[in-house]
Design a protein around this ligand. Structure first.
Ligand code: ATP
Ligand code: MG
Length: 364
C-alpha cells in the first residue's frame, strides 16, 4: 500500500511554535527523509471561514502568511504539494455525501469541537452549522487524497477518529472505496499540546497566547520573559514546581542535550536542571534566559528564510496555484471513485442505461 501524508492549518493567523512542535517539524523531517509516496499540505481557508464568516479579510490575508510560514520552516514545493482548500470544490461534494454517514449526537460528542464552541462563545443553538460539521469536512480533506498518515497535534485525535468512522461506514455500505488514515502524534508529550505563554490552554491563534515563528528577537524576548511559571516559586530559594510550568514544558519540547554545552555548561542535562529547580535555589529568570537562547537559535534561520520569500510574493501565490491544480486532479479521481461506488455515476454507466431501456421495452 502506498504511504500518503496529509495535513493542513487554518489561515486564522501566522503559525506559532505550537504548530511547529505539534506538526510542522514532523512534516519537514518526513519530507527530508523520504520513504513515502506523496505529501500534501494545505491551507484550510474554507474551514477557517466556519467560525470567521463575518471576517473574510482575516482569512484571505492569512493565506499568504501561512504559505510563508510553510516555506520558511523548510517545506519544499518541489517535493510537497502545497494547496488552498477552497480551490478544490470536490471537497465540498465529498462532505455533502459524508454528512449522511454521521449523526448529530455523534458530532455533539466531539470533545475538541465542544471546547472550541465554548472558547468561541457560541452559546446554546447559535453554533454555525458549518462549524459544527467541520469534522465531516476534515474527513473529506483526508480521504480525497487517500491519505494514510496524518501528522498532527493531540487536538486532532477526535477528528481522525471521526474520519475513520466515516470511512468504515462508507466502505461497509458502498464497498471498499476509501482509505482509512492513521494519526501520527508527536512522540514527546509536551509537543502534543503545547500550552500558551499564559500557561493555560493550548497555544492557539484564536486565544492570543502565542509565540509566532515570525516573531523578531525582541518580541520573542518580551514573550519569554513574561511567561507563566510557578506561582509558588516566589523567592529563589523556594522549591519550584514543574507541573503546569510553561517554561519547563517548552524546554521539554525544544531543548536538546547539545544546548547545555552551548548555552549553559553548568548543567549536563535537562534532568539536572529540573532537579535543581525543584530543590530550590534556581531563579526563573535564569531558566527563561536559557529557553530564550534555545528558541532564538531554532527560530533565527526560519525568520531569515521568511525574509527571503517575502521578497517575491507573486511567486508564492504561483506556487499555491500550481499545488492547487495538482491537488484538484487527485481529488477529482477520488470523487469519481466515490460517485461510482454510490451508484450516482448515471451517465458513465452504460449498463444502467441499457438495463432501464430493456425494462421499458419489455413492458411495451
Ligand atoms: P485556531 O485557533 O484558528 O484553531 P490553532 O492555533 O488551533 O488555530 P490550527 O490551524 O487549528 O491552529 O492547527 C493546525 C495544526 O497544528 C493541527 O495539526 C494542530 O493539531 C496543531 N497544533 C495547533 N496548536 C497546537 C499546540 N498548541 N500544540 C501542538 N499542536 C498544535
Ligand atoms: Mg485549532
Amino acid at each position: 500500500m502506498s504511504k500518503i501524508i496529509l495535513t493542513g492549518d487554518r489561515p486564522t493567523g501566522r503559525l506559532h511554535i505550537g504548530h511547529y512542535v505539534g506538526s510542522l517539524r514532523r512534516r519537514v523531517q518526513l519530507q527530508n527523509e523520504g520513504g513515502y509516496d506523496k505529501m500534501f499540505v494545505f491551507i484550510a481557508d474554507a474551514q477557517a471561514l466556519t467560525d470567521n464568516a463575518d471576517n473574510p479579510d482575516k482569512v484571505r490575508e492569512n493565506v499568504i502568511e501561512v504559505a510563508l510560514d510553510y516555506l520558511s520552516v523548510g517545506l519544499d514545493p518541489a517535493k510537497t504539494c502545497i494547496f488552498i482548500q477552497s480551490q478544490i470544490p470536490e471537497l465540498c461534494e465529498l462532505s455533502f455525501y459524508y454528512m449522511n454517514m454521521v449523526t448529530v449526537s455523534r458530532l455533539q460528542r466531539n470533545p475538541t469541537v465542544k471546547t472550541e464552541i465554548q472558547q468561541r462563545g457560541f452559546g446554546g443553538e447559535s453554533i454555525p452549522v458549518g462549524f459544527f460539521t467541520y469534522p465531516i469536512s476534515q474527513a473529506a480533506d483526508i480521504t480525497a487524497f487517500d491519505a494514510t498518515t496524518v501528522p498532527v497535534g493531540e487536538d486532532q485525535k477526535p477528528m481522525l477518529e471521526q474520519t475513520c468512522e466515516i470511512v468504515r461506514r462508507f466502505n461497509h455500505i458502498y464497498g471498499e472505496t476509501l482509505v482509512e488514515p492513521a494519526i501520527l502524534l508527536p512522540d514527546n508529550a509536551a509537543c502534543m499540546r503545547l500550552p500558551g505563554t499564559d500557561g493555560k490552554a493550548k497555544m492557539s491563534k484564536s486565544l492570543g497566547n502565542c509565540i509566532y515563528l515570525s516573531d523578531d528577537s525582541a518580541t520573542l524576548k518580551k514573550k519569554v520573559m513574561s511567561m507563566y511559571t510557578d506561582p509558588e516559586h516566589i523567592h529563589v530559594e523556594d522549591p519550584g514546581h514543574l507541573e503546569g510550568n510553561a517554561v519547563f514544558t517548552y524546554l521539554d519540547a525544544f531543548c536538546r542535550p547539545e544546548h547545555f554545552a552551548e548555552f549553559w555548561p553548568e548543567y549536563e542535562s535537562l534532568d539536572a536542571l529540573k532537579a535543581h529547580y525543584t530543590r530550590g535555589g534556581l531563579g526563573d529568570m535564569k531558566v527563561k534566559k536559557f529557553l530564550l537562547k534555545i528558541l532564538d537559535a531554532e527560530l533565527a534561520p526560519i525568520r531569515a528564510r521568511r525574509k527571503q520569500y517575502e521578497q517575491d510574493i507573486p511567486a508564492v501565490y504561483e506556487m499555491l496555484r500550481r499545488g492547487s491544480e495538482e491537488a484538484r486532479a487527485k481529488a477529482a479521481e477520488t470523487l469519481a471513485r466515490v460517485r461510482r461506488a454510490m451508484r450516482i455515476d448515471y451517465f458513465d454507466d452504460q449498463e444502467l442505461i441499457d438495463a432501464q431501456a430493456k425494462k421499458y421495452k419489455q413492458q411495451a
